[in-house]
Write a protein that binds this ligand. Structure first.
Ligand code: ZN
Length: 305
């Protein structure tokens, strides 16, 4: 058994994970705007309390736990978390704190890598050896697997799929560059465009916006917007296929709620524009949805080698 922790842009999840990636006990909480005033303290206190409660409820001690794994956004260097822009977090040496508190090893890895690991071990990409995991959420993250092994550069995290430039002099990105994939294809961008076009309240919840997208797919105001979204997504995904030649591309993040509608349109667009260097039959462009949902981060963090 290991403990898996998922630090997200808007929520924290902590789970005790057993064999085969099964979650035995899980605690979750949303991060509010108020929490962000002292985010370091909130994250640390929440995680410590959740772990203590889980151990108590399962009636076990830390001796029965292998290690603590953390799926985190931002930059991870020397087992420390830096620069999580969405949380306003500059530096958090959480490994040291948790190690001191529980006496367990702490491993931290990029959240999209953890989710990709979980999908490749227990989820949608389990049947294949070469795959890409693409998370379309607030931003765009991802991971790549070749021969079932996570592709990991030596010095930096890499796999910044969201920051491949797909439009010269395009939209301004948070990273300082222009025309990045995520400024066109993150779910945050799509939702924002839907809110503006349908003149929805800016506070409309994500689930509501997704419902609106589904309802208005043929709406003349929404159609060109979706079409443009698909054109950019097809370019980004084709770039990844041309570089990695994966057997399957797995998409996670809040995209999963509209994926069934959008994926066939992406495949059609890739074929229509002949975007692949090595041509494939339509049935061989396999784009699937992540199957572990919000639990992927926890399960992946608890399944690190
Ligand atoms: Zn960027």
């Amino acid at each position: 058994m290991n403990i898996g922790i998922d630090i997200g842009g808007s929520h924290i999840g902590v789970g005790l994970v057993g064999a085969s990636g099964k979650i035995i006990n899980k605690k979750e909480v949303d991060i509010t705007e108020k929490d962000k005033k002292n985010i370091e303290k909130m994250i640390v206190n929440t995680i410590i309390e959740f772990i203590k409660n889980i151990l108590k409820e399962q009636d076990i001690t830390t001796k029965e736990v292998g290690y603590i794994g953390i799926a985190s956004p931002g930059t991870i260097e020397n087992n420390c978390i830096y620069n999580v822009v969405n949380l306003g977090l500059e530096k958090l040496d959480i490994a040291k704190i948790l190690n001191k508190e529980f006496g367990l090893d702490v491993k931290i890895k990029n959240d999209a890598k953890c989710a990709g690991i979980a999908e490749s071990m227990y989820g949608s990409t389990k049947p294949v050896q070469d795959s890409i995991y693409l998370c379309l959420g607030t931003g765009i993250g991802g991971s790549a697997f070749i021969n079932n092994k996570l592709v990991e550069p030596r010095y930096k995290s890499g796999m910044e799929f969201g920051h491949m430039i797909i439009e010269k002099d395009g939209r301004q990105c948070n990273c300082g560059s222009r025309g990045c994939f995520e400024t066109y294809c993150s779910m945050k961008v799509l939702k924002q465009e839907i809110i503006e076009t349908l003149e929805l309240d800016t506070k409309t919840a994500g689930a509501e916006i997704v419902k609106e997208i589904r309802k208005h797919m043929d709406d003349l105001r929404i159609k060109p917007l979706i079409q443009e979204y698909i054109e950019y997504l097809a370019i980004g995904i084709s770039n990844l296929i041309n570089i990695f030649e994966p057997e399957t591309i797995c998409i996670g993040g809040s995209f999963v709620y509209i994926g069934d509608l959008i994926i066939p349109m992406i495949v059609e667009e890739i074929q229509r524009k002949e975007l692949l260097f090595n041509k494939r039959k339509e049935k061989d462009i396999k784009i699937v949805l992540a199957s572990l949902g919000n639990d992927a981060g926890i399960i992946g963090a608890a399944s690190l080698l």
